[in-house]
Design a protein. Structure first.
Length: 742
C-alpha cells in the first residue's frame, strides 16, 4: 500500500453525486495527482492518502486512492489557507485572514468550541457568525463520520452512501444497530454490515445480528435460488451456518421476528413455511388478483368464428392448425389465459391474430415483455410497440421492501383493455404482483411463454405455478410447422426437451457440434470460433452477432475465463482506449458488458439529443461501453438507453462476451456458441441445455464432449423452488366456486 501526505492544491474534477474526484496534492513541494472516491475533500486541506500508484495512458502517474484522512492544520498560515479555500460557507480569503489574525493558532478551537467569539472579528456580526459556526460544525460532523467509518475499513464509496443516507447521525445509527445499513443503504448486504458490526465489537450472539442473519438468509434464498419461502428447518440450518451461532439462539430470534411480523410462518402439508412478510404478501396478492381477473365480466365479445380466422389466414397467406385456432379462441374468450409452446410452434402467429381480432372488436391492446431485448423482438414480430413491463408500468424512483415502485397501480391503472405479456417464464413473483395491481377489473390478460425454459432469475416460478394450478385456461401449442422444421435448431430443441439426443452429425445445417474433450481445448475452440472462424465464414460481427454461453462462471472454460480471453482478442488494450478497473474486471472502451443486478435508481437517457429520460437498469441488460472518463463509464444498451456508471455502480457491471445460460433468458442472439462444460449434477440438466439452444435465431455451435451433452439430455431433474402460488390459486378458485356455483 502506497501513501502520501500533503496539501490539496487543486480540485481538478469532482462529481458531487458519487464523490469521485481528481485532485492535485502538493507533497514536499511536488504536485501529485490523486484519483478515486474522495467525498468532501477540499482545497487547502492537509490530507493523508492511502492507495496504489498507477500509470494512466493519457494523464500519467496517479495515486488511485483507497482511503484518505484529513489532517487538521495547527499552524496559523496552514489554518488561514485551509479556511480561505471556501471550505466553510461565509468565509472567504479576507475573512479567513481576519479570523486568523484575531485568534492565531487557536482559531479552529474557537470555531469548534466557542464560535460566539467570532463576533470579536471586525466585519462579522451575529448572523454571519451563526452561519459560519453552523457550517463549520457540519464539516466537522462529516469529517468525524469519515474517520469513524474508515476505522472499520469502510471504503470511501460506501462511506459516502452512508453519509448521504444518515448525515451527521451516521455514527449514532451504526453504534445502535449496524445492521440497519442493510435496510437503509442501497447495495449494502448482510455480509458487509456484519463485517462492520463485528469490527465495531458487536457480539456474535447479539439479537440484532441474529435477526439480520435470518432475514438475509430468506432474501438470499430468493435471489440465489428463487425460493419464495423456506421450510423452517432449512432456514435455521442455513442461518446457523452463516452466523456460526447455536441453533437454540437462532430459533429464539426467529420467534421474535415472527412476533414482530417481519417474517410470517405458515403450516403447509409438507413443512412449516417461513416467509419474509413482503414475499407472502406478494404471493397472496398475485393469486387473488388472478382469480378476480378470471371472474370479471367482459364488456365486449371478440369474433373468433371460422370466417374471422379464415380471413386472417388469407390476409397473411398462412394456414392455422387446430391447436392454434383453439389458442386464439381461448385468448379471445377467457379473461386470463396462458399460451405456451416450444420454438417453431407458432406462438407469434397466434399473438398477431389475437391482436388483430381484439382491435377489430374495439379493444385497446398493450404489449409487454420482461426485458428490453424481448420487448424489441416482440415489436419486430408484431409490428406494434412493445414495452418492457417496467416501462409499461411507468417505473417511479424508489423501492418498498425491495420491490420497485411504479406509477401505474390500483389507484391509476393501465387503460388498456388487453395486456399481452411475452416471455412469461422470466416474470418473477414481485414483477407479476406489480403488473396485476395495475390492471383494471375486466382487463384481459394473455400470458405467452415457453414453460420448459428455465424459471425466472427472481423469486418464484410464476408461469409454471399458474399452469400447474389448473385454474387458468392453458393453450398448449405442440405442432412444429413445416418451415420451422427445416431448422435443426428447432428440431433439436424439441428432441432435447423430449429426452432425445440432438442430431449433431449433419453438415450444412444451422446446428453444429465440435468435439473437444478438455477445458483448455474447449476454451481455445470457442475463442477461435468467435474471433475468426464464424465472422470470416458468415460475415457477422463477433461482438454484436455472436453470444457465448456456458453453464458455469468458474473454471478454465467458464464464463469468467472466456470473458478475459475474448476481451483480449476482440478488444485488446490500445493507447487510445481508456480503461477502468473494478474488482476483477478491467473495463475498456468498446467492451461488451451486462448489468447483473436490478438498479431501480440508475438514470438513463435515450435519443440523439438524449431527450427521453428515465430510471432503472436491470439484471441481464446488455450494452457496449462507449466511453470512459472522469465522469464515469458510459454504456449504450441494446434498447438505446444510455447510462453513465459512477464508481458506486460499476460493481453491478460485468463483461458479457460470454454469459451464463441463466443470464441469457429472454434474449435472442443471431449465433450462440455454447461451451459444454462438465459440472455438478444440478448444472447438468435438460432445461438448461434447452434454454441455451432456444436462444439462437440463426445458428448454434456446441463445443465439448458428447458425454456431457448426453448427461444434460438425460437429466430431466429441475431445481426445486419453494413456492405456493399454485396451491393458493387452487384454494381460492375452490372458495369462489363454492360461493358462486354459476
Amino acid at each position: 500500500m502506497d501513501e502520501i501526505e500533503g496539501i490539496v492544491e487543486e480540485i481538478i474534477y469532482r462529481n458531487d453525486d458519487n464523490g469521485y474526484a481528481v485532485v492535485s496534492v502538493r507533497c514536499a513541494g511536488t504536485p501529485q495527482t490523486v484519483v478515486g472516491t474522495l467525498p468532501f475533500i477540499k482545497q487547502g486541506e492537509r490530507v493523508h492518502v492511502l492507495g496504489s500508484w498507477t500509470t494512466h495512458a493519457t494523464f500519467g502517474r496517479q495515486l488511485k486512492a483507497s482511503s484518505y484522512e484529513t489532517i487538521v492544520p495547527t499552524k496559523s498560515d496552514e489554518i488561514e489557507r485551509y479556511l480561505a479555500s471556501g471550505l466553510i460557507k461565509g468565509i472567504g480569503e479576507m475573512t479567513a485572514k481576519a479570523i486568523v489574525e484575531c485568534f492565531g493558532d487557536d482559531t479552529l478551537n474557537v470555531l469548534a468550541n466557542d464560535p460566539g467569539r467570532l463576533r470579536e472579528v471586525e466585519g462579522i456580526g451575529p448572523k454571519r457568525a451563526a452561519v459560519i459556526a453552523e457550517n463549520y460544525a457540519q464539516q466537522q460532523e462529516t469529517r468525524e463520520v469519515m474517520i469513524f467509518l474508515q476505522r472499520y475499513q469502510v471504503a470511501p464509496a460506501l462511506a459516502m452512501r452512508i453519509i448521504k443516507t444518515y448525515g451527521g447521525s451516521a455514527i449514532t445509527v451504526l453504534r445502535a444497530n449496524p445492521y440497519q445499513l442493510v435496510r437503509d443503504v442501497p447495495g449494502v448486504g448482510f455480509r458487509t454490515a456484519d463485517r462492520i458490526a463485528l469490527s465495531m465489537g458487536v457480539a456474535p450472539d447479539d439479537p440484532n445480528r441474529l435477526r439480520a442473519g435470518l432475514t438475509y438468509t430468506l432474501w438470499d434464498a430468493a435471489g440465489a435460488a428463487g425460493h419464495v419461502y423456506l421450510p423452517k428447518e432449512k432456514l435455521i440450518e442455513a442461518a446457523c451456518g452463516i452466523l456460526q451461532a447455536p441453533e437454540e439462539e437462532v430459533v429464539n430470534e426467529l420467534a421474535a421476528l415472527a412476533l414482530s411480523g417481519e417474517v410470517r410462518v405458515e403450516e403447509r402439508m409438507d413443512c412449516t413455511a417461513v416467509y419474509h412478510h413482503a414475499m407472502l404478501s406478494a404471493e397472496k396478492e398475485v393469486a387473488l388478483q388472478l382469480i378476480l381477473l378470471q371472474r370479471a365480466q367482459q364488456k365486449k365479445t371478440v369474433d373468433v368464428s371460422d370466417a374471422a380466422l379464415d380471413a386472417f389466414e388469407q390476409e397473411q397467406c398462412i394456414a392455422f392448425e387446430q391447436g392454434q385456432r383453439r389458442a386464439i379462441a381461448m385468448a379471445a374468450q377467457s379473461p386470463v389465459v396462458v399460451i405456451t409452446g416450444g420454438p417453431g410452434t407458432g406462438k407469434t402467429t397466434v399473438i398477431n391474430c389475437v391482436i388483430r381480432l381484439m382491435q377489430r372488436a374495439g379493444l385497446t391492446v398493450s404489449l409487454a415483455a420482461p426485458t428490453g431485448r424481448a420487448a424489441k423482438r416482440m415489436t419486430e414480430a408484431t409490428g406494434q410497440e412493445a414495452k418492457t413491463i417496467h416501462r409499461l408500468l411507468e417505473y417511479a424512483a424508489g423501492e418498498d421492501e425491495g420491490m420497485p415502485l411504479f406509477g401505474k397501480t390500483e389507484e391509476d391503472p393501465l387503460k388498456a383493455d388487453v395486456v399481452i405479456v411475452d416471455e412469461m417464464s422470466m416474470v418473477d413473483l414481485q414483477l407479476m404482483r406489480s403488473l396485476l395491481k395495475a390492471l383494471r377489473a375486466g382487463t384481459r390478460l394473455v400470458m405467452v411463454g415457453d414453460a420448459d425454459q428455465l424459471p425466472s432469475v427472481g423469486a418464484g416460478n410464476v408461469l409454471r405455478d399458474i399452469i400447474d394450478s389448473r385454474v387458468i385456461p392453458v393453450a398448449r401449442l405442440t405442432e412444429v410447422f413445416r418451415q420451422a422444421a427445416r431448422s435443426h435448431i428447432v428440431v433439436n430443441a424439441h428432441r432435447i426437451n423430449s429426452g432425445q439426443m440432438p442430431i449433431i452429425r449433419n453438415r450444412d445445417t444451422d446446428f453444429f457440434f465440435e468435439k473437444r474433450d478438455n477445458l483448455y481445448a474447449i476454451a481455445d475452440s470457442v475463442c477461435a470460433l468467435v474471433t475468426s472462424r464464424l465472422p470470416g465464414f458468415y460475415h457477422i460481427d463477433p461482438v454484436r452477432d455472436i453470444q457465448v454461453l456456458a453453464p458455469m462462471k468458474k473454471g478454465d472454460a467458464g464464463v469468467w475465463a472466456l470473458n478475459r480471453m475474448l476481451q483480449e482478442r476482440l478488444n485488446p488494450p490500445a493507447r487510445h482506449k481508456k480503461e477502468r478497473l473494478m474488482g476483477d474486471n478491467r473495463f475498456r472502451e468498446g467492451d461488451k458488458v451486462m448489468q447483473v443486478r436490478n438498479n431501480y435508481q440508475a438514470e438513463w437517457t435515450r435519443g440523439a439529443e438524449r431527450e427521453e429520460e428515465g430510471l432503472g437498469v436491470f439484471n441481464g441488460d446488455i450494452g457496449i461501453i462507449e466511453s470512459i472518463d472522469d465522469g464515469g463509464v458510459t454504456v449504450y444498451f441494446d434498447d438505446e438507453r444510455c447510462v453513465i456508471y459512477d464508481e458506486t455502480m460499476l460493481q453491478d457491471l460485468e463483461l458479457a462476451y460470454a454469459m451464463t445460460i441463466h443470464k441469457s433468458q429472454g434474449s435472442e442472439f443471431s449465433t450462440v456458441v455454447l461451451a459444454l462444460l462438465p459440472g455438478p449434477p444440478q448444472m447438468m440438466v435438460r432445461n438448461l441445455l434447452y434454454t441455451a439452444v432456444t436462444r439462437a435465431k440463426e445458428r448454434v455451435v456446441m463445443v465439448g464432449s458428447e458425454s456431457v451433452l448426453a448427461r444434460m439430455v438425460e437429466n430431466d431433474k429441475t431445481a426445486h423452488r419453494y413456492t405456493a402460488l399454485g396451491d393458493r390459486l387452487a384454494a381460492l378458485d375452490g372458495m369462489t366456486q363454492e360461493r358462486d356455483p354459476t
